[in-house]
Design a binder for this molecule. Structure first.
Ligand code: FMN
Length: 168
């Protein structure tokens, strides 16, 4: 709960690099995440190269802080056609859970992240040489935060929780 409360979208980073063992624990959090049928269809490209990070920021509609972070984790799926009985594509759920785990482990390591969903997938693939059949789900710039967390804006529990039955 401490990590959940402390996590916020970090949009400004210190230039300092991340320790390799910290990054590895963040990736380990993703590895241990649950997935439908235990597919583990997630794959992660860790991008440290400065010019590649700049290209990723451009692909993310010019969100410059993406290149400011010393590393960007690009989360992908290599098996995107399995549809669960509920009608949802498993990959989007599975990779998102893994990404959420990484955001929380990052907090444990004193690091910050920001989920990037606004990007042109074809351009990200081009920059990183990701094959066409692979789906890019999201990107996580990761580094030491250079900003303080703002107050969280969230709906109250009473607005989002119903007991026993749906109430309109
Ligand atoms: C699926 C998803 C996509 C997002 N895409 C972006 C993005 O492209 N750029 C950005 O700055 N923030 C992005 N965010 C961050 C949200 O704006 C942020 O999580 C939300 O405003 C709540 O703020 P907090 O993360 O600081 O608690 C995204 C978050 C999610 C979950």
């Amino acid at each position: 709960m401490d990590a959940i409360r402390e996590r916020f979208s970090v949009r400004s980073y210190e230039s300092g690099d991340i320790e390799e063992e910290k990054l590895e624990r963040v990736l380990e959090a993703a590895r241990l995440a649950p997935s439908a049928r235990n597919l583990q269809e997630w794959r992660f490209v860790v991008v440290r190269d400065a010019s590649a990070r700049e290209a990723l920021a451009d692909a993310a509609k010019g969100q410059q802080f993406v290149s400011e972070a010393p590393a960007v984790i690009v989360a992908c799926s290599v098996q995107s056609d399995y549809v669960m009985t509920c009608g949802l594509h498993a990959f989007a759920v599975d990779v998102s859970i893994a990404m959420a785990y990484m955001t929380l482990q990052a907090v444990e390591e004193g690091l910050g992240t920001c989920w990037i969903g606004a990007f042109h997938a074809d351009r990200v693939k081009e920059v990183l040489g990701i094959p066409e059949e692979v789906t890019v789900v999201g990107m996580l710039p990761i580094g030491y935060p250079a900003t303080e967390p703002p107050a969280k804006k969230r709906l109250d529990l009473a607005e989002i929780v119903m007991h026993e039955r749906w109430r309109g």
